[in-house]
Design a protein around this ligand. Structure first.
Ligand code: CA
Ligand code: CA
Length: 244
């Protein structure tokens, strides 16, 4: 467990308030997941390996393409704080989603991503080589930009959104599988997280039984049937009346 450094102390309030507000000092941050329960958010503890404050960047994709959303974390300090924090230490953990099976995440420590001395502040995703698997991109301070190709054995199916990205804001899509289950519902937004553009596409895990992509627009729902051996689909430019 790494304690927070001095910058998190309540400093400077005397310059803002004649009477300092009541406060509770916090010297430890925990990284938690909040699950959306139909408008209310319930906290969920994450494995101890994830308690590596602070978290600077997060990328959420189905990295192993099994139909459940996973998490890539960019955490850690790059400087030496108060003689207590380790220098240039970053976690870069991948959390594979096993919520349905075990109620938690599997922490992948050795995913091939460089960890220490890498100076990152953000982590992003995109399918840079067009193989329908979400890759990672990690820019660092004075350390170049690192691109990590996703070598998962899983199969991905991509839905590309073509046209003015403003027309797609709020569009949702999810995969329906032959066993009747559904994959995660994605919602398009042109920007997300910290200093990140979002790609104009969704990548769904195929799980060997993908049946149809359900597309939910402000005006209609559309079912796009999956064609055998076709892993890439395009939603054409929205008409004047808006997306489906
Ligand atoms: Ca997954
Ligand atoms: Ca890729």
């Amino acid at each position: 467990m790494y304690r927070t450094h001095g910058a998190f102390r309540l400093e400077g309030v005397e310059d803002l308030f004649e009477t300092p507000p009541k406060h509770r000092p916090i010297d430890m941050l925990r990284t938690r997941l909040f699950l959306n329960r139909n408008g209310a958010f319930g906290p969920m503890d994450l494995p101890e390996a994830v308690q590596f404050a602070p978290t600077f960047g997060i990328a959420v994709e189905d990295f192993n393409l099994d139909g459940s959303l996973d998490i890539a974390l960019c955490q850690g300090f790059n400087e030496f704080y108060g003689g207590t924090e380790p220098q240039t230490t970053n976690s870069h953990l991948i959390l594979l989603n096993h919520l349905a099976e075990s109620g938690s995440f599997e922490v992948r420590r050795h995913s091939g991503i460089a960890t220490d001395s890498s100076y990152p502040r953000v982590i992003g995703t995109g399918d840079f080589n067009g193989d329908n698997r979400p890759d990672l991109i990690i820019p660092g301070y004075g350390a170049g930009i690192r691109h990590y190709q996703n070598l998962s054995a899983g199969q991905g199916i991509t839905l590309h959104l073509v046209g003015d990205s403003l027309d797609w804001i709020g569009l949702k899509a999810r995969m329906r599988y032959r066993d009747g289950s559904w994959g995660p519902r994605y919602e398009y937004t042109p920007k997300y997280g910290y200093r990140k553009e979002a790609p104009n596409r969704f990548i769904f895990g195929a799980k060997g039984g993908a049946e149809a992509i359900e597309i939910i627009g402000p005006n209609a729902r559309l079912n796009l049937a999956i064609v055998p051996r076709q892993n890439s689909y395009t939603l054409a430019e929205a008409k004047k009346s808006g997306p489906p």
